[in-house]
Design a protein around this ligand. Structure first.
Ligand code: HEM
Length: 288
């Protein structure tokens, strides 16, 4: 595999994401009449812009938070908060995007939820809302037990990538559907490939490339946080065990935030495997 450094890759991905947002905005502004809140097709135009911005670009950024090397050591809580806030932001934009299309349909007397695009799109949003709620419950609420976090984490990771791919599929099908609906007459027929179709087709491809690159980055082993969930990584080293023994804490109820406050234990945690420290993938204490 190509040895691409993570940060330049992220800069490229960020540029690509911004390009997708700029292009969907340009499409709606230049060819589809711009934006309004009056229930007309200009209200509909908020739908693609908010969906691409929220459920693809912002969601993709949220998914990649834990690939930033700075998140691999030190307290994990701020990164968890960043991850869940970006996902929440993505969710809010998504809901606004759905409100726009439902308002448009209702004010035009168009039936709701008849197309494959709408079924897949709504399914994706429902999955995303479950994913956010379950992630919040398991990873941010302090009383969630460690075993539950460890059990749920691979499921959360799997659905993270799945939801992104479903979002991309929803966007591509939505773009296609919009072009079929809009480009019907004379020289503007879709099959004659007018400039708008070239532009929107290109947008669809760029969204697809963005999604594939995010999923590839998530899957790349060397960009993953050192394994925090192997059974070994949850076994305390002698120094940590001594600390636990002294403080009366149990292995099973150890919480990172409390233990990491102690400078001595922190320094042991900071010397993870890559830093020539303790064996077994070690960060599990801190990071589950
Ligand atoms: C309608 C979801 C992206 C175009 C809908 C509806 C949903 C939905 C649930 C049904 C609304 C109703 O029945 O009243 C999504 C999701 C997206 C997404 C989750 C992204 C993740 C896009 C994009 C476009 C688009 C990028 C591009 C223009 C349309 C069109 C309709 C529609 C034309 C009206 C026709 C229909 O109901 O299928 N979308 N959408 N969508 N969407 Fe999207």
């Amino acid at each position: 595999m190509l040895d691409v450094p993570f940060l330049p890759f992220c800069a490229f991905l960020g540029t690509l994401g911004l390009l997708c947002v700029a292009m969907v905005g340009t499409w709606c502004q230049h060819w589809r009449g711009g934006f309004s809140l009056d229930g007309s097709s200009r209200t509909f135009n908020w739908h693609p812009v908010l969906m691409v911005t929220g459920l693809v670009v912002l969601y993709g950024a949220a998914a990649l938070v834990y690939r930033i090397p700075n998140t691999w050591s030190g307290p994990k809580l701020p990164w968890k908060v960043l991850h869940s806030s970006l996902a929440l932001g993505a969710f809010v934009l998504t809901v606004l995007g759905l409100v726009a299309v439902f308002c448009f349909h209702n004010s035009q007397g168009t039936p709701n939820m008849y197309s494959l695009h709408s079924w897949m799109g709504l399914g994706t949003v429902l999955l995303f809302s479950c994913q956010w709620a379950a992630g919040f419950g398991a990873f941010l609420l302090p009383w969630a037990p460690t075993w539950l976090r460890a059990l749920y984490k691979p499921i959360h990771v799997f659905f993270g990538s799945t939801i992104l791919m479903l979002s991309v599929a929803s966007c591509v099908s939505g773009i296609n559907e919009k072009l079929f609906f809009s480009l019907k007459n004379g020289t503007m027929e879709y099959k004659l490939l007018p400039a708008e179709a070239v532009f929107a087709n290109t947008l669809g491809l760029l969204i697809l490339i963005f999604g594939v690159l995010v999923v590839a980055a998530l899957a790349r082993p060397s960009w993953k946080r050192p394994d925090s969930d192997s059974p070994d990584s949850r076994m305390p080293t002698p120094l940590l065990r001594a600390h636990l023994h002294g403080s009366g804490a149990q292995h099973s109820d150890l919480k990172m935030e409390s233990v990491c406050k102690e400078g001595k234990v922190q320094s042991e945690m900071d010397s993870g495997p890559e830093r020539g420290g303790w064996e077994g993938g070690g960060m599990g204490w801190c990071l589950v």
